[in-house]
Design a protein around this ligand. Structure first.
Ligand SMILES: [Zn+2]
Ligand SMILES: [Zn+2]
Length: 314
């Protein structure tokens, strides 16, 4: 790991995609990417699957109660989501930006978060980002969840259970990450259409040097589009656990994706870090998707972070 001449972190080797989509076929690398530590499944998606299970069994009114809309259970869901936001986003911000547990080691941009700039509400990047996350992100996330559990309770969505179809029940957990990344890619490309970029998506791009709270700091219309990946559960048979898994991944993983640091973090133990998306914040017109499915590579907008900035179709 090294720094460039301006003090920005730079990788030892170019960013790459998952071996699933990189020829030639390397079964060992693919298995490692799926099941190895820091790969697709473990620990991130396993943790979120467990969170979804816990949410469904312990933190969610059952479907008999959600048949009719009422302030009680809706308010509880909003509160639950705000608490989850503060735990996850707050954890990364507290450790990396307040306690500074690893100083600037692995920090992509040598600067800390900005203060005193008019473009931010309250003239503070952190407070601005917290505002959009909690005042717009949390209610819109919750609204999708409310709509879903109400519809599920009223028989308006296709449900699947473990006993009815165990293969699909498990497979759907593996497919959802790929679905999310694809949905994100296309909605994000759309938001970069000049008029939408100017009116809506510029709010997220106020953060060329993102911190954890920048992850869900978006214009309300972007939140509506971003969370619309959840509408698939109104069409594809799902269990509410699948829905919460998808919703919580969408709402909470941007914290680590925008941490601003290369992982593994915390004494080389926690395998997070998203240089791929950091490059999007820094350069704006590259890397619209994620680092799993090479949508950007296929569509000519991939930058691997090495050498002079340019998108490459290769
Ligand atoms: Zn971002
Ligand atoms: Zn963007």
């Amino acid at each position: 790991m090294a720094l460039d001449e301006k003090g920005y972190w730079k990788p030892d080797s170019p960013s790459t995609y998952s071996p699933v989509f990189q020829g030639p076929l390397r079964p060992k690398a693919i298995l490692k990417w799926f099941f190895g530590w820091g790969g697709l499944i473990w620990p991130r998606h396993v943790s979120y699957a467990l969170l979804a299970v816990g949410t469904w069994f312990f933190l969610q009114a059952d479907l008999t109660a959600t048949k009719t809309l009422s302030a009680g259970w809706i308010g509880t869901m909003l509160l639950r989501n705000l608490v989850l936001i503060w735990i996850v986003f707050g954890f990364y911000h507290l450790t990396l930006y307040i306690m500074k547990v690893q100083g600037k080691r692995g920090k992509y941009d040598p600067k800390w978060q900005e203060k005193g700039k008019k473009k931010f509400l309250f003239k503070s990047q952190v407070l601005d980002n917290i505002f959009w996350t909690c005042v717009s992100g949390a209610p819109i996330w919750t609204a999708y969840e409310v709509f879903y559990v109400w519809a599920a309770a009223n028989g308006k969505v296709p449900l699947v259970t473990w006993s009815a179809n165990p293969i699909w029940f498990v497979a759907w957990f593996f497919i959802i990450p790929f679905w999310r990344e694809t949905h994100f890619y296309f909605i994000h490309r759309l938001l970069h259409w000049k008029p939408l970029l100017r009116a809506i998506h510029s709010n997220h791009h106020k953060n060329p040097n993102p911190g954890p709270w920048s992850g869900m700091s978006m214009h309300p219309l972007e939140h509506i589009g971003y969370f619309s990946c959840l509408l698939i559960h109104f069409v594809v048979p799902s269990h509410p656990i699948h829905f919460f898994y998808d919703a919580q991944l969408t709402a909470l993983t941007p914290a680590q994706g925008h941490s601003g640091f290369e992982g593994p973090l915390f004494g080389n133990k926690w395998p997070v870090g998203d240089y791929f998306h950091y490059l999007h914040h820094r350069y704006v017109s590259c890397n619209f998707g994620g680092a799993t499915i090479p949508w950007d590579k296929w569509l000519g907008r991939f930058y691997d972070g090495v050498g002079p900035y340019r998108t490459k179709n290769r």
